[in-house]
Design a protein around this ligand. Structure first.
Ligand code: PLP
Length: 403
C-alpha cells in the first residue's frame, strides 16, 4: 500500500483534533535505531518517540512477546487476577526498593496516582495535608493533578483553576526549598532530570536539601522518573544516583517500549494507607502491557543499562566538540543518553534541518534541542547521528547568516 503524505495530512487536518504541531514526515517502518518514511527515506532516530522506544523499533524479542500475548489474551480488566502483573510488580520492586506497584497507562496517570496516594497517606494519618511543592521548569503531564504541579504558564493558564496549594521553588535552590516546605506539605515532587523543561540536572546538594526537607517535616518525596528512569542515565533510576530515596515514583514512557503502560511505585509506609477502591484503571497493567514491560526489563537488566555509561561519555565528548564549533550553541548538558543542546536562539528551525539531514531530534523549552536516543544505539550509529545533527546545526547557522 503506498501512502501519500498529502492524503495523510488532509485527513488529519479534517478529523484529528489539532493539539499537535507535527513535522511533515510520515514514518511507516522502523528497524532498530532507524526509521523509514513513506518515501522510503532513512532517518537515524535520536529521540525514540520521546524516550519511549528504548529498545529501538521492531525489536525482535519485544515484537515476539507482544505477538504471542496478543494471540493468547490481551485484556481481562482488573476485576481478575492475571499471571503477569505480580511478576512485573516484583521486578519493579526489586529494581527500585519501593515495595508495591500500581499500574496505569501513561506518565501523567502515574503522576496522578502518586499525588492521590500522597494525599491518602496524610488523610489516613488523620492529618490531612494538601500542599505540594514542585520545581520551576517542571513538567509532570497534562491531566489536572499533573498539570497543577507543572510550572509552565502556557500549559496551565487556559485550564485554571488547578489544584490549590501548589508552590513552585527554583531548581537547585536549597534555601528556597527549605523555606517553602512546612508541616502542611503533603509531598515534594521533582524530576531527577527535568526533561521537557530543557534537560536540567538536579545537583546532589539540592537532592540533599530535598531529603532534609522531607526529614524535617515528614513531607513525602515523589520522584517523577517518567523520562529519566529505566536505564536512561546508566542506572535503573536517576533519583538513586542523586542519593534520593523517594516514597513514591512515577514511571511511564520506556516501560512498555511503546506499548502504553505507566506505573506508580509505592513504599511500604504509603502503601499501608491505601484501601480497596481508592484508585483504579480499566486497562492499567493489562496482559499485553505487562508482557511488553517484562520483556523491556529483561533487555534492560540483561546488559543494556551497563553500556549506557560508555555511550554517555561518547555523546558528551562529541557534543562538547559540537558546542565549541557552532556559534549558536550556548551550552550542552545531560547524562547517559538524555542530552540538551541549548542554543542562543529559538531551536525550532533545527528540527526540520535535522530531518532533512536524516536525523530525528526535538525542540523543547524554546531554545533546547533534545536528544533521547534508543538505549540500544551503537557507538557507530551514535557518531553517525551526531554528524548529521552537526550538519543540521551548520545549515541553521548558515541560514541565520543569510538573513
Ligand atoms: N512526567 C515526566 C517527567 C514527563 O517527561 C512526561 C512526559 O513527557 C510526563 C510525566 C507525562 O507523561 P505522558 O505524556 O505519558 O502522560
Amino acid at each position: 500500500m503506498t501512502i501519500e503524505i498529502a492524503d495523510v495530512q488532509a485527513l488529519e487536518a479534517q478529523y484529528v483534533l489539532q493539539t499537535y504541531r507535527r513535522s511533515p514526515v510520515t514514518f511507516v517502518r522502523g528497524d532498530g535505531v532507524r526509521l523509514y518514511d513513506a518515501d522510503g527515506r532513512e532517518y537515524l532516530d535520536l529521540l525514540s518517540g520521546i524516550g519511549v522506544a528504548s529498545l529501538g523499533h521492531a525489536h525482535p524479542a519485544l515484537a515476539k512477546a507482544i505477538a504471542e500475548q496478543a494471540r493468547t489474551l490481551i485484556h481481562t480488566s482488573n476485576l481478575f487476577f492475571h499471571p503477569l502483573q505480580g511478576q512485573l510488580a516484583e521486578r519493579l520492586a526489586k529494581l527500585s526498593g519501593l515495595s508495591r506497584a500500581f499500574f496505569c497507562n501513561s506518565g501523567t496517570e502515574a503522576v496522578e496516582a502518586c499525588l492521590k496516594f500522597a494525599r491518602r497517606y496524610w488523610y489516613t494519618r488523620g492529618e490531612p495535608r494538601s500542599e505540594f511543592i514542585a520545581l520551576d521548569d517542571s513538567f509532570h503531564g497534562r491531566t489536572f493533578g499533573s498539570l497543577s504541579v507543572t510550572s509552565d504558564e502556557h500549559y496551565r493558564t487556559p485550564f485554571e483553576p488547578l489544584l490549590p496549594r501548589v508552590r513552585f521553588v527554583p531548581r537547585n535552590d536549597s534555601g528556597a526549598l527549605l523555606t517553602a516546605v512546612s508541616n502542611g506539605t503533603a509531598a515534594i515532587i521533582a524530576e531527577p532530570i527535568q526533561g521537557e523543561g530543557g534537560v536540567h540536572l538536579l545537583t546532589s546538594e539540592f537532592a540533599g536539601a530535598i531529603m532534609e526537607a522531607c526529614r524535617r517535616t515528614g513531607a513525602l518525596l515523589i520522584a517523577d522518573e517518567v523520562q529519566s528512569g529505566l536505564g536512561r542515565t546508566g542506572v535503573p533510576f536517576h533519583s538513586n544516583a542523586l542519593g534520593l530515596t523517594p516514597h513514591l515514583m512515577s514511571l511511564g514512557k520506556a516501560l512498555g517500549g511503546g506499548v502504553p503502560i505507566g506505573a506508580a511505585l509505592i513504599g511500604d509506609d504509603v502503601a499501608r494507607t491505601i484501601s480497596f477502591g481508592d484508585h483504579g484503571s480499566t486497562y492499567g497493567g493489562n496482559l499485553l502491557a505487562c508482557r511488553a514491560a517484562l520483556c523491556v526489563l529483561d533487555e534492560l537488566t540483561g546488559g543494556l543499562i551497563a553500556q549506557i555509561g560508555r555511550l554517555g561519555r561518547l555523546i558528551e565528548q562529541r557534543l562538547s566538540v559540537m558546542a565549541a564549533s557552532h556559534e549558536i550553541v550556548k551550552e550542552v548538558r545531560g547524562a547517559g543518553l538524555i542530552w540538551g543542546i541549548e542554543l542562543k536562539r529559538d531551536a525550532t528551525p533545527v528540527v526540520p534541518a535535522a530531518l532533512s539531514k536524516g536525523v530525528v531530534v526535538n525542540r523543547t523549552a524554546g531554545t533546547v534541542v533534545r536528544l533521547l536516543p534508543p538505549l540500544v544505539i551503537t557507538p557507530a550509529d551514535l557518531e553517525e547521528g551526531l554528524s548529521r545533527l552537526d550538519a543540521a546545526l551548520s545549515a541553521v547557522e548558515a541560514e541565520g547568516e543569510k538573513r
